[in-house]
Design a binder for this molecule. Structure first.
Ligand SMILES: [Zn+2]
Length: 277
């Protein structure tokens, strides 16, 4: 009993440190709660709007490099920029106070669109070329604009900080350097952390689709183009690696049903015929 007890004593201190670590991580996460002025929802964000903008500006050149640089076609670039800015200025997105920049990337292989925190929005030439109407381009950009104004990136950063804090605590509490099996526990803890973040990602996508519908309608676009975008992405993914736009996503059918519900909310008496396509 006594040798066990002494090793239990060291373990006990480790547990106390682990609990304090977990409590600190949880406390700093929960105390970062604030109401988003654009979505009206409570959210947990640990960085300021200025920091978001700085992170976006700093990471943009690397993103542009990764996707073969800015597209050399000035006309196409201008269309992306014009529609993007119009969506921001004519809709609820103008309350967000983010300096938006829209980039058409030269990559003709990767079908993708994404946004960095703070207002840097990107679409690849591969996706741009598959779109048939201005309304569909507006759909893609509106979806990305919501990621920015709803501060999804900042939420992810706060979640990652929480997850790292909690994972660190579990690893510390269960890891025994003399027993290699405990490494498995650490791996499981890390995996759970990833799953938690993945689920948040799905919720973010649904919100971006639904609020994107609203932004489109406020700018005068027929929001049904968002459904067409889903079909285009679905077709593009058939037989191929799924587009990254879809990577954290519920299945397209589910997503289309959610978009249809959002459209009914904006236009309870049916979509008018005179909207831009
Ligand atoms: Zn998205």
């Amino acid at each position: 009993m006594s040798p066990r007890r002494s090793s239990g004593g060291a373990g006990c201190i480790r547990y106390v440190i682990a609990i304090v670590m977990a409590a600190l991580a949880l406390f700093s996460y929960l105390s970062s709660k604030q109401t988003n002025p654009v979505t009206g929802q409570d959210q947990y964000v640990s960085i300021t709007q200025e920091q978001e903008i700085a992170i976006g500006l700093q990471s943009a050149p690397e993103m542009i490099n990764q996707f073969d640089g800015e597209d050399p076609d000035p006309q196409a670039q201008q269309i992306v920029d014009m529609i993007g800015q119009e969506l921001v200025q004519s809709s609820l997105a103008n309350q967000g106070d983010y300096p938006f920049e829209f980039h058409l990337l030269a990559d003709r292989e990767t079908i993708n669109a994404f946004a960095l925190p703070g207002g840097q929005v990107f679409i690849t030439r591969a996706l741009f070329d598959r779109l048939q109407t201005e309304g569909q381009l507006a759909g893609v950009l509106a979806h990305e604009i919501v990621h920015v104004i709803a501060r999804h990136g900042a939420e992810r950063i706060a979640e990652t900080q929480l997850t790292q804090g909690l994972t660190g605590a579990v690893v510390l509490a269960t890891y025994d350097p003399n027993d290699p099996r405990t490494q498995q526990t650490a791996a499981v803890a890390a995996m759970i952390g990833q799953l938690v973040n993945m689920k948040f990602g799905r919720d973010d996508e649904i919100q971006s689709d639904s609020l994107g519908v609203k932004i489109m309608a406020q700018t005068g676009y027929d929001p049904r183009a968002m459904i067409e975008v889903m079909r285009i992405l679905d077709e593009a993914s058939a037989g191929n690696r799924p587009p990254e736009f879809f990577s954290t996503h519920p299945n397209p059918e589910n997503r289309i049903a959610q978009i249809e519900a959002a459209i009914r909310e904006v236009f309870p008496n049916g979509v008018p015929d005179n909207l831009r396509q």
